[in-house]
Design a protein around this ligand. Structure first.
Ligand code: GDP
Ligand code: IMO
Ligand code: MG
Length: 412
């Protein structure tokens, strides 16, 4: 089995969790490589909903190796909560966590909240940005630091002093984190060694992207982005696996667009249609519960995301959410200062100047939720999908028509 990367092509929440759960049965290892518990990956089985924040979304199969690679920032108390909720379901996760993972500390969460007051990004307030900031500034604290209490406490003290934060006590944080560490240290190892050994043994790996390409710190709608690389390169830096072992890339996209938090969104619909998509699509954040902004599909951004990630096939999700719309628009081009672009322009886009140009499609006005084969989908929905794929230049391999695992159509 070839190794597969699953990457979000929009602003996150594309339905990666559902697709990863669906495909995970075929893979030996499911690997998170970036982000932290800003992610909310929803899996629905038999009307039960499970939301993963840190543990890979393949956890519902009993025999999978679940890896949290070095590129992930870990909040140990969130991790423990997730482990215990899996145990409550009778699942003992076979976890492997890199000792190089940077820790999210209580003061990171406080800094995240404080920064939101002056530089509003609309973050998840989980301390993600400040934890990655410390990593890059070379003052971060990694899981391995918990092996030496004195060192650990010293690093916390230094960081608190540097930030001028007085409401936290290094001893108290050290006590709390060491207690948490006792409960997770059995999972901590060198995941790079583990994964490269797995490759030599011809085991198969599924890489689970969190967030989406347009939230990438390098390629997203900066500064309205997250602080990691959800794009393909994040796999190499976030696991220690060389690029030659990433065989295929499945891009996940919704049949329309959503975004949580601030930042540009050219095809956003602020009126009734947008509200309708939010209601029908249950577009509320899986991590924060915030209403997601909704809009039409934006092809120039999808093409851009496919190019960056070398997408080899596409999973389109939430087709059913469009079932009752008499007409559906798709942004096919951008008009910027009178000039037409089919793809995002090379230079940095001034997003305020982007005028989306639309192509209109006839809706199908039929339920798709119980359909199992592409050829049984309403004709107008097949036209919608085929046209989109033609514009993107990549073929569709999965069509999702509902949140349940079995509401998934595989395309030859
Ligand atoms: P992720 O972050 O990419 O894993 O996506 P989220 O889990 O945050 O958000 C996707 C939401 O859409 C979840 O509530 C899923 O249960 C739901 N979902 C996924 N695929 C489909 C689909 O095909 N149809 C519908 N109606 N819901 C879906
Ligand atoms: P999944 O993996 C959607 C957004 C936040 C904010 C920006 C920065 O479920 O697709 P952060 O807390 O990361 O510093 O916030 O990124 N964001 C997400 N939006 N899905 C996510 O994850 C997200 N993770 C972060 O809303 O705009
Ligand atoms: Mg999500």
């Amino acid at each position: 089995m070839d190794n597969l990367a699953i990457i979000g092509l929009q602003w996150g929440d594309e339905g990666k969790g559902k697709i990863i759960d669906y495909l995970a049965k075929e893979y030996d290892y499911i690997v998170r490589f970036q982000g932290g518990n800003n992610a909310g990956h929803t899996v629905n089985i038999d009307k039960r909903e499970i939301i993963f924040h840190l543990i890979p979304s393949g956890a519902l199969y009993s025999n999978k190796h679940l890896v949290i690679g070095n590129g992930v920032v870990v909040n140990p108390s969130v991790l423990l909560e997730e482990i215990s909720s899996l145990r409550n379901m009778g699942i003992e996760p076979n976890l492997h966590i890199s000792y190089r993972c940077h820790l999210i500390m209580p003061y990171h969460i406080a800094i995240d909240e404080r920064r939101e007051k002056t530089q509003k990004i609309g973050t998840t307030k989980r301390g993600i940005g400040p934890a990655y900031t410390d990593k890059i500034a070379r003052c971060g604290i990694v899981l391995a630091d918990l092996l030496d209490r004195e060192e650990f406490e010293g690093k916390i003290r230094k960081n608190l002093e540097k930030e001028g934060i007085s409401e936290f006590y290094p001893e108290k944080i050290a006590d709390e984190y060491l207690l948490l560490f006792e409960k997770i240290k059995c999972f901590v190892c060198d995941t790079r060694v583990l994964l490269n050994k797995a490759i030599l043994e011809k085991k198969s790996i599924l890489f689970e992207g969190a967030q989406g390409t347009l939230l990438d710190v390098d390629f997203g709608t900066y500064p309205y982005v997250t602080s990691s690389n959800p794009t393909i390169g994040g796999i190499c830096t976030g696991t220690g696996i060389p690029p030659k072992y990433i065989d295929n890339t499945l891009g996940v996209m919704k049949a329309y667009s959503t975004r949580v938090g601030e930042g540009p969104f050219p095809t956003e619909l602020k009126g009734d249609i947008g509200n309708g998509l939010r209601i029908k699509g249950k577009e509320y954040g899986a991590t924060t519960g915030r209403p997601r902004r909704c809009g039409w599909l934006d092809i120039p951004t999808i093409k851009y995301s496919c190019e960056i990630n070398g997408v080899t096939s596409i999973a389109i999700t939430k087709l059913d959410v469009l079932d009752k719309l008499p007409s559906i628009k798709v942004c096919t081009k951008y008009k910027i200062k009178g000039e037409i672009f089919e793809e995002i322009p090379q230079s940095i886009v001034n997003w305020d100047e982007v005028e989306p140009l639309y192509e209109e499609f006839t809706g199908w006005m039929e339920d798709t939720q119980n359909i199992k084969k592409k050829e049984d989908l309403p004709k107008a929905s097949r036209v919608y999908i085929d046209k989109i794929m033609e514009m993107i230049g990549i073929s569709v391999s999965i069509i999702s028509v509902g949140s349940e695992r079995n509401q998934t159509i595989e395309v030859e």
